[in-house]
Write a protein that binds this ligand. Structure first.
Ligand SMILES: *Cc1c(COP(=O)(O)O)cnc(C)c1O
Ligand SMILES: [Zn+2]
Length: 406
């Protein structure tokens, strides 16, 4: 059923077969990107045919790499709401503000998209045990999709990963290990284990298909805006799969003639305590340096070095976009602001996009009338230990003085 043609190295261009298990480029170690027979897709469907399909990301199966539908491992992910944020926009001075709300997805973050595709493809190629270093949300999503696909799952995350992630991974039957260190050190353990134990390494950009799941966010935005694209997309960037995936989606759609060549400016938001992409962007570099002492409450942004940093930077520059760093204090304030103004309780990474767009507006890098999409990549409910709360307690056995209630 798929129109997948081959895998192409994102750096040296070398082709790899898509019919066998692949990791990174055998020549240069860079990420591999799936390529499709786009003309054949165009001949087989049109935008109208899509409308009748089920509201999950698998409505775009022609753009995804699975050969047989029986191999699809799905929990109903995708086609998340794209919500007009009028009140929030008015408050910060933007007249055409939107939020793509990924908090409604299985496992509560957009990581589900990547693993639905990657686990499906691994299953199709006969993989039985999979492993992953993770800041947290990826571990939970892999554990869920691994369970759904009947696989053995090993996840490794920093000891301070959010409790929700440790718990959901364990509950979904994964072998869960906490690492005294950063995600990069967890990555070294997985790399070693994939040699000695035969685990398939699902680390960000170490396998070719997670990015395809993330690509569906771009396809959805295009379809939800009736095959036009917004002016600006603001995305909280860790490893950068989502940003690279969306940019890939826009290029594929452009090549097929489904959208006009004018594409959105892509914006990476990172935390001031871990901003390797922002630094490299500002310094005009093609690659980012390892960020020493990475620290932020937004666990998904705590990625000191991405294998695809050059792809993120390329997408930012090709799109004439921007990169901006925000503080943890701004992130926390923005969590509350988005929730209060729109009823969307975002994860700190999602809130970072709100803090980021305020900074862009202050710097004159976005215009108040532009159509801007913020990505809320997950639910605030996955980060309950971040928000200390002191609520008034009433005792119904005593008389309540209603005049004194706020
Ligand atoms: C992983 C993660 C990110 C960063 O995603 P990338 O596409 O890898 O840059 C952002 N937000 C949340 C909630 C995440 O879990
Ligand atoms: Zn290569």
């Amino acid at each position: 059923m798929s129109f997948l043609s081959h895998l192409e190295c994102s750096n040296c261009g070398r082709h790899h077969s898509a019919n066998q298990i692949q990791g990174v480029c055998v020549e240069c170690g860079s990420p591999l990107l799936p390529r499709y027979e786009l003309e054949a897709i165009n001949r087989s469907i049109d935008v109208k045919a899509l409308r009748k399909r089920k509201p999950t990301m698998w409505r775009y199966w022609e753009f995804l790499p699975i050969q047989s539908k029986s191999n699809i491992v799905s929990l109903g992910e995708g086609f998340t709401p794209l919500i007009r944020a009028e009140r929030l926009g008015r408050r910060i001075g933007l007249r055409n503000l939107w939020i793509k709300d990924e908090s409604l997805i299985p496992t509560g973050t957009f990581k589900a998209r990547g693993f639905s595709v990657a686990v499906s493809k691994a299953k199709e190629l006969g993989v039985r045990s999979i492993a992953l270093p993770s800041a947290g949300n990826a571990a939970g999503a892999l554990a869920a999709y691994g369970a759904r696909g009947g696989m053995k799952v090993y996840v490794f995350m920093p000891v301070d990963a959010p409790l929700s992630n440790r718990l959901e991974s364990y509950m979904c039957g994964a072998h869960v290990y906490l690492v005294k260190g950063l995600i990069s050190q967890a990555g070294e353990i997985v790399a070693e284990g994939s040699k000695t134990r035969g685990w398939f390494n699902m680390a960000t950009f170490k396998e070719p298909y997670r990015v395809e799941g993330k690509k569906t966010m771009g396809l959805e935005i295009a379809e939800q805006f009736e095959w036009t694209l917004p002016d600006v997309i603001v995305y909280p960037t860790g490893g950068g799969t989502g940003l690279v995936g969306m940019w890939k989606a826009f290029k594929e759609l452009e090549e097929m003639g489904w959208v006009s060549p004018e594409k959105p400016r892509m914006v990476s938001v990172q935390a001031k305590g871990c901003a390797p992409i922002v630094k490299a962007f500002q310094e005009g570099k093609e690659r980012a340096d390892f960020w020493e002492g990475a620290s932020t409450i937004a666990a998904g942004l705590r990625v000191p070095k991405s294998l695809a940093d050059f792809l993120v930077l390329r997408a930012l520059r090709e799109s004439r976009g921007h990169a901006v760093a925000v503080s943890d204090a701004e992130i926390l304030e923005s969590v509350n602001e988005m929730a209060r103004e729109e009823g969307i309780f975002p994860c700190p990474e999602g809130a970072a996009t709100l803090a980021g767009v305020k900074s862009l507006l202050n710097q004159g890098l976005v215009d108040p009338d532009e159509k801007i999409v913020l990505f809320n990549t997950g639910s605030g409910l996955k980060y309950l230990e971040l928000f200390p709360l002191d609520l008034p307690i009433l005792n119904p056995r005593e008389e309540i003085d209603f005049k004194r209630l706020q």
